[in-house]
Ligand binder design. Sequence first.
Ligand code: FNR
Length: 379
Amino acid sequence: MLLNLDDYRRAARRQLPRVIFDFIDGGADAEDCVRRNIEDLGKVTLLPRQLRDVSSVDTSVSLFGHSWKSPVALAPTGFNGLLRPGADIVLARAADQMGTPFILSTASNVPLEQIARQANGIRWLQLYIMGGRRIAEQLIRRARNLDYSALVLTVDVAVGGHRERDVRNGMTMPFKPSLRTMLDFGLHPSWALRFMGKGPPKFANLEDPDQGSHSAELAVALGNRQMDRSMAWDNLAWLREHWDGPLLLKGILHPDDARRAVGEGVDGLIVSNHGGRQLDVVPSTIQALPGVLDAVAKAIPVLVDGGFRRGGDIAKALAMGAKAVLVGRPALWGLAVAGEAGVRNVLETFNEELSRTMALLGATQVEELSANYLNNIQK
Ligand code: FNR
């Protein structure tokens, strides 16, 4: 029975070849940060308010000019095509049906035009600056013409985190399956059959780049992991010349960086440690969140991601002052287990749990979730 997100994780583990499951599940180095995200969320507790009329609970929020069904968005995840061909289209469609924003990764192997053609709803583009700024400028121009409504610049990937599971599994770029991996693929026919007639899954489709990435040049940059390490605060002005819509920074943890972002005119922040996939020594995001919120002093919306697995977790972040939460791995588990319906179910599970949590806390609107609910004794 798929009652909760942990059930989905276990089911995804059974469905997927080990190299693919580990690629999604894993984190950097000792994976301390992956664990910390979840453990620290478990330590936060909330105090309910009783005898309030909660006959109708509304989880919707309004952010960056759109109404969301609940304070949840799909986090950008790259290389989703490893799960099934056209994975990003499936994710975007499921998100649309659930009134949930979808954030398309720069490392997608479905071009942004195709997503725009096949899915409506709230679409954002996540940006990595790779292989030269001109590639980013072209991506941004395309996103603007296709009505992607916000740009998320990910700032915690100057270099790729060292994911030891991937190294051990031979999950390198370009992907070179070993005999053991091929055997593992054979043992997961429901996954393998999805690629029938489409060729094996690829990190970035170097053989036929136009079909496998946002652009041929980007596919090459992704294949070579050509991240622009010189990207710095001064370059935000360059980004602004090309994008006048909402600009969010994803991967902010330090209060001083948060303050600087506000000063630079950024429109929103995503407190993130990349789901523990980059720098292993950082705090959990729920621990870093209060410092960032203090620094921002309500000037711009602050979102958070990393380890959110229950609707109750979302209520905790919102009570602290976050405006919404992004979920990464859970959506991929839903996708692996049951495609579009699986992603919808995962989002439905989050929404139902949040709605029930709010009713039990005595809150009928998301805006009511405030510091008043925080159980400070637990600090
Ligand atoms: C990611 N993440 C990510 N972030 C980003 O900005 N661009 C990207 O391309 C990716 N790719 C990616 C792939 C996979 C498989 C995962 C699991 C994660 C990070 C992602 O946006 C988000 O920060 C975390 O996934 C949040 O943590 P949880 O919800 O997965 O615990």
